[in-house]
Write a protein that binds this ligand. Structure first.
Ligand code: PEP
Ligand code: MG
Length: 754
């Protein structure tokens, strides 16, 4: 049974259209349970009725016609009670209502199971039998499990105009879609989908104009992908573990595999253009692998998809790549990667919307560093349906307005110009120090990673770099940069800020920051191989990075080293040993190397309880409030399903942060905070209140934070912090702080407008 269910679920997950997904559900479930009829009903949000979406066994003429209001029929009862309803003789059920159009009168036994997605009923999955064969407990368990497992796939499969008819796209009466506030700011712009290139499912159907041209293009793509993979493989030979290296060979082999190439060519000969022929062949092969019993062969489906994406990239990109971006581009996608953001000219990028992802995903970090408003976790809406449409993004409230009416456009145009005005006013603060009204001096640094962060950091008058995320340049490449390449990148950063200190964090990959060319296969990536854990098990990568940083620093001497994800003193000692090795090796080359101060990120909760022994090993501490909050609250930073539980202002988290700063002060160990909490003016005020006087944040946020800290005394900030600890949750803290900002006449620092 479980095998059958798995097969249905994986087929549905691969379906590109809602109709196909629904058809696969009803036929799969009907066959598996030997039912005489199966149907899926979905809720149409425009009138809240359950609409018959697909059936086998009921009259197909009733699809889209039967619309059940609350209170009508047994199917509706399933929805209302949010639980399974089973009946041996459904026509005798008190809630039975006959819909002659469906032909239901011929059936006796019935089971209906609710389809629930993120807490909301989105539909009902129902089965019927004729005659005297009733359903048993196993049938009921199967149906209920199928409904649970299919909910995600059905909610995600909404991509065609027909599904918009079913109502789960943006509906005309809706003023805005609520997502999660990612990066502050407002933007009015036009939607662009970032990556049709690498997304096979986004390839449209098209007839081949010239079959020979299509075939040649495809075969050229195969050759170039194979060459590219083998090249990367050679480059990786010395620095990758052998199991990752083997993957390259598998990819190269798959790209040229006869079963793939001959089927694509066949489809091209039947008249399809190459990208769609590739798309359908990859899908077909994936289905075949998914159906295999051997788990390892099943995993091959993922490899085929990866190779398919590479081939698609190598195909004639001119037909898929947008030739130009709108003047005010809003990138919309399930997730929007750094590489995709980098495709858009910076002065044309107005905003970013991710349908998945949450407030701590890496896209948010990048958006903040670029000063671009972003909304995350917008949910079940078709990205394709949004292409080319006009949107307004409110990054403070997490709202996206789609094709907004003129009244909203004019309101937000006003906000936009007020924000520009405010920005000009705040620009004047760049040369002034950050001193509270009672004379406490606060150091404001910038977080960097992208090359563009240098200019923006210098422009806002940063006192140094509090966090350089060294993984960013790695994320933009196709392979590990060499020591010489890394050295050039680091030298630029150190030179630009010299003599101000630059805190460079060693590679923090894994978790939410995967490298495309260094696949880490683990089921629980946030608790697995991440940050320092990867580097200590790959001393060859670690050594190259440390040598590149030290070599770059020889001329400037402003480097500080920071280790991410540390949870034991042993990790610090082992890291120090590799650092010594790097120093020795450079000295042997005759380079005068200075030993840089070494610090750790405080972002794993256990560190709070062993801070004294850890602090004895290092020169400084830097609090990563993003990860610390994630691990304290057990909320995956990239998962929209649990985003509502992520609450960095929750009194519990505030107490933890307070404990760090207090312990550090007692130990006389310098401490700063470089998580995104520092970038939020209201939160920065609380951080000051609990004792932090050194913060680091995305450059575009420095002026707002500086203005905030100059507007209050530390005494008042401490009072507000004490008050916050008394409040029930982060939302109450936020409301209290917003009110205080409005009373001070600086509400524009924490919301749209001035
Ligand atoms: C953090 O965890 O707060 C942090 C600054 O690091 P990152 O967001 O890069 O994990
Ligand atoms: Mg972190």
């Amino acid at each position: 049974m479980i095998k059958k269910l798995r097969q249905i679920v994986s087929k549905v997950a691969d379906a590109r259209e809602l109709e196909t997904a629904l058809r696969l559900v009803v036929s799969g479930v009907k066959d598996a349970l030997l039912a005489d009829a199966c149907a899926v009903y979905l809720i149409d949000p425009s009138d809240e009725r359950l609409v018959l979406g697909e059936t086998e066994g009921l009259d197909r003429a009733s699809i889209g016609v039967v619309r059940l209001a609350v209170g009508t029929g047994v199917v509706s009862l399933v929805r209302e009670q949010r639980e399974v309803v089973r009946s041996e003789e459904v026509s005798l059920h008190p809630r039975f209502k006959l819909f002659p159009v469906t032909g239901e009168s011929q059936f006796r036994a019935f089971i209906g199971a609710p389809i629930i997605h993120r807490g909301d009923v989105i539909g009902v999955l129902a089965i019927w039998r004729k005659g005297y064969r009733s359903f048993d407990d196993r049938d009921e368990a199967f149906l209920a499990t199928a409904a649970v497992q299919l909910s995600g796939a059905l909610a995600g499969a909404i991509v065609t105009p027909a599904s918009i008819r079913l109502g789960r796209s943006h509906s005309p009466g809706e003023t805005y879609r609520q997502g999660i506030a990612g990066a502050p700011g407002v933007a009015i712009g036009e939607v662009m989908l970032p990556s049709p290139l690498a997304d096979l499912s986004a390839v449209p159907d098209r007839r081949a104009i010239d079959i020979t041209v299509e075939e040649t293009a495809f075969l050229d793509a195969v050759a170039s992908v194979q060459a590219q993979i083998l090249q990367s493989s050679e480059r990786m030979q010395d620095i990758l573990p052998s199991e990752s290296h083997a993957l390259f060979e598998v990819y190269a082999m798959l790209a040229g595999d006869e079963s793939l190439t001959s089927r694509v060519v066949e489809r091209i000969h039947s008249g399809s253009w190459a990208p769609a022929a590739l798309r359908d062949t990859v899908q077909e092969l994936c289905l075949q692998f998914n159906e295999m019993a051997d788990e390892r062969l099943k995993e091959r489906a993922e490899d085929i998809r990866a190779v398919g994406r590479k081939l698609l990239l190598a195909l004639r990109t001119d037909q898929l790549t947008p030739k130009s971006f709108p003047k005010r581009t809003v990138l919309v996608g399930d997730e929007v990667s750094l590489a995709r953001i980098a495709e858009v000219p910076q002065d044309q990028l107005a905003g970013i919307v991710c349908l998945k992802g949450s407030v701590l995903s890496h896209t948010v970090v990048i958006a903040r560093s670029l000063g671009i408003p972003a909304v995350m976790g917008l949910g079940d809406i078709s990205a394709e349906g949004l292409a080319g449409r006009h949107v307004i993004i409110d990054g403070y409230m997490g709202r996206v307005f789609i094709d907004p009416p003129p009244s909203i456009v004019s309101e937000y145009s006003r906000f936009e110009s007020e924000e520009r005005l405010l920005a000009t006013e705040l620009d004047n603060l760049s040369d002034l120090p950050t001193i509270t009204s009672d004379g406490v001096r606060v150091v404001l640094d910038v977080n960097t990673g992208l090359a563009s962060d240098i200019d923006s950091g210098l422009k806002v008058g940063a006192e140094g770099v509090g966090l350089y995320r060294s993984e960013f340049p790695f994320m933009l490449r196709q392979s590990f940069p060499t020591e010489t390449e890394q050295c050039a990148i680091y030298r630029r950063m150190l030179a630009a800020f010299s003599p101000r200190p630059v805190v460079m964090r060693t590679l923090d990959i894994g978790g939410d920051k995967p490298l495309p060319y260094f696949p880490i296969d683990q089921t629980n990536s946030l608790l697995g191989w991440r940050g320092i854990r990867v580097m200590l098990q790959h001393p060859e990568l670690f050594l190259v990075q440390l040598k590149a940083m030290l070599r770059a620093n020889a001329q400037y001497g402003n480097l500080h080293l920071l280790l991410p994800m540390v949870s034991t003193t042993e990790e610090v000692r082992d890291s120090r040993a590799i650092l010594e090795q790097a120093i020795d090796s450079l000295r042997r080359e005759g380079i005068a190397v200075k030993r840089p101060p070494l610090g750790i990120m405080v972002e794993v909760p256990i560190v709070l309880f062993i801070l004294e022994s850890l602090a004895a090993e290092v020169d400084f501490l830097s609090v990563g409030s993003n990860d610390l909050t994630q691990y304290l609250t057990a909320v995956d930073r990239g998962n929209a399903n649990v985003a509502h539980l992520y609450d960095p202002l929750a009194p519990g988290v505030l107490k933890a942060l307070h404990s760090v700063v207090k312990q550090a002060n007692d130990l006389s160990k310098p401490v700063s905070l470089c998580g995104d909490l520092a970038a939020d003016p209201a939160s920065a005020l609380l951080l000051l209140g609990m004792g932090f006087v050194h913060l680091s944040m995305a450059a575009p946020m420095v002026p707002r934070v500086k203005k905030t800290l100059r507007s209050f005394s530390q005494r008042r900030a401490s009072e507000l912090f004490e008050l916050a600890l008394e409040l029930p949750d982060g939302a109450a803290v936020r409301t209290m702080l917003n009110r205080v900002f409005e009373e001070e006449g600086i509400g524009g620092l924490v919301r749209a407008g001035r």
